[in-house]
Design a protein around this ligand. Structure first.
Ligand code: ZN
Length: 239
């Protein structure tokens, strides 16, 4: 009776290989190898600041004020559920000339979702943003930067460029205090950098530290000769 057992082991191996391709394989190809994703712009003296997980009723307006005070524009990767709850804040970001990206509807980890549920997360996020601000998002970033293949394909199908980042200063295990965040960005920033920040989510104190860091971060980048530009400018071809 070895054959049924062998069949069982084989089926499990195939299933595991499928799950690995769906999850870690997609992550390795995108985050690791950069296949089909943008992690940085052309090497010109400019950087783009990007904010994930909002809009947040408390911190997104503060961050918009800080950006306006510095005369800088950025990109906001919004969560559809948050857009439904804070539409005026989403519209304020658009009115101020910032770029908008889709960060899914419910910020669920794509590795835990079926293909249909993954596609629905992408589509519903895009729809919530389009309903609120009157235009579809131009960009897509998956929660935690982790794609699966259905979401990867869907984002491109609906015309959203897949964006990750090249600089992440907020701290993984604990929130970085704002002076450390500034120092990290200034040390790691490079021509064409995409900086990953949060106007909501992350660690509990992350949006506050990020907000506090912005004036020093922007001034420091400019002092290094790096202009702070929206994503559409960072990614545009020369001229
Ligand atoms: Zn996120």
């Amino acid at each position: 009776m070895r054959e049924p057992l062998q069949f069982g082991v084989g089926a499990v191996a195939v299933a595991l290989a499928g799950v690995a391709a769906y999850t870690i394989g997609a992550y390795a190809a995108t985050e690791g190898l950069g296949v089909g994703v943008i992690k940085r712009g052309p090497a010109r003296p400019m950087v783009a600041l990007t904010f994930d997980d909002g809009p947040d009723p408390e911190y997104t307006p503060r961050i918009l004020d800080a950006l306006a005070g510095a005369g800088a524009r950025a990109a906001f990767f919004m969560v559809g559920r948050q857009v439904d709850a804070a539409g005026p804040v989403a519209r304020a970001a658009v009115s101020a000339g910032h770029d908008i990206g889709n960060h899914t509807y419910g910020h669920r980890h794509l590795w835990t979702l079926s293909p249909a549920a993954s596609i629905a997360e992408v589509d519903r996020g895009a729809a919530a943003i389009a309903d609120a601000v009157g235009a579809p998002p131009r960009y897509f970033r998956p929660p935690w930067g982790t794609f699966n293949w259905p979401a990867y394909a869907r984002a491109a199908q609906i015309g959203e460029q897949r964006i990750l980042w090249s600089v992440r200063p907020e701290g993984l295990l604990v929130a970085a205090p704002s002076p450390r965040m500034i120092a990290l960005v200034l040390r790691k920033a490079h021509p064409g950098a995409i900086v990953n920040l949060h106007d909501r989510g992350g660690h509990p104190s992350t949006p506050k530290e990020t907000w506090a860091a912005l004036p020093g971060m922007i001034a420091g980048l400019r002092a290094r000769g790096l202009e702070v530009v929206p994503l559409r400018v960072l990614l545009a071809g020369p001229g």
